[in-house]
Design a protein around this ligand. Structure first.
Ligand SMILES: C[S@@+](CC[C@H](N)C(=O)[O-])C[C@H]1O[C@@H](n2cnc3c(N)ncnc32)[C@H](O)[C@@H]1O
Length: 241
């Protein structure tokens, strides 16, 4: 491969050789990714009977395959690949608090599997799924459609100079979730000030249980319970006023 690139770029005028080599390698890399994506999608399609629900087929096409979704999800016997197991995550969260007939605001929702699951399986009244990532929200929409539920999807950058706090507060959520998102937000004080507007917060941070608990208590919550804490894994906490 490298000798082919060298052979080709050696035929370019000298001033184009280095950029030429760079672009050829980038094109090769992108083509590889595209082929890899098609192979992955192909493998998933093989698992699906030809008479399968078109919504499931749409979901498989939308799932970010080789770039991987945030979670691995099993749907109707098809495994949609991701970095973590959704069933393990859901096992910890589904009984963390009472979601029945509640409005839930999911911050940094990614594909909003949580919002969709809360509406589908826990009788949540409404979920508002918020993220900066357009592609993740689009896949989230298709996932929710497959399950026949309708979270409200909103694209927000928590670091933007817009009044997103007031816009989201207007939904009057009973529960707010911020799972593995604070770490990625630049203005952490602003984000935590927003979290502390609400009475119940389901939270996952990147630091130890002790540090995160102390942080939430100092941010205005009266009580912090451990929902799940396992060695080598980030803890899930429930903070209440
Ligand atoms: C690590 S994922 C967590 C996904 C999900 N909350 C979970 O743990 O179950 C972090 C998510 O936060 C989103 N995010 C990061 N920075 C953001 C920002 N400034 N505004 C809005 N969303 C952001 C990312 O797009 C990503 O979907």
């Amino acid at each position: 491969m490298y000798s082919m690139i060298n052979w080709f770029t050696a035929r370019l005028p000298i001033e184009y050789r280095t950029p030429g080599r760079f672009w050829i390698m980038m094109m090769g890399h992108n083509s590889f990714l595209r082929i890899w994506h098609k192979v992955g999608i192909g493998r998933q399609r093989e698992q699906v009977p030809s008479n399968a629900d078109p919504k499931l087929k749409a979901l498989i096409d939308a799932w970010p395959c080789c770039r991987t979704g945030y979670y691995t999800v099993d749907i109707a016997g098809v495994q949609l690949p991701g970095g973590r197991s959704w069933s393990e995550r859901w096992g910890a969260i589904e009984s963390a608090t009472d979601y029945d007939n509640k409005t839930i605001l999911e911050l940094g929702c990614n594909q909003a599997i949580l919002s969709t699951s809360l509406m589908k399986f826990c009788n949540a009244k409404q979920t508002i799924a918020v993220d900066i990532d357009k592609r993740a929200l689009r896949t989230g929409n298709i996932l929710a459609d497959y399950y026949g539920v309708s979270p409200t999807f909103i694209r927000v950058d928590f670091d933007a100079q817009t009044a997103w706090e007031d816009m989201l507060t207007a939904y009057q959520p009973d529960i707010v979730t911020a799972m593995s998102v604070l770490n990625w937000v630049k203005d952490k004080d602003r984000f935590v000030a927003f979290l502390s507007r609400f009475d119940q917060l389901l939270y996952e941070g990147h630091r130890s249980v002790e540090v995160e608990t102390d942080y939430l208590l100092k941010s205005g919550f009266a009580k912090v319970d451990i929902v799940e804490s396992k060695p080598g894994r980030r803890a899930v906490l429930l903070a209440t006023k």
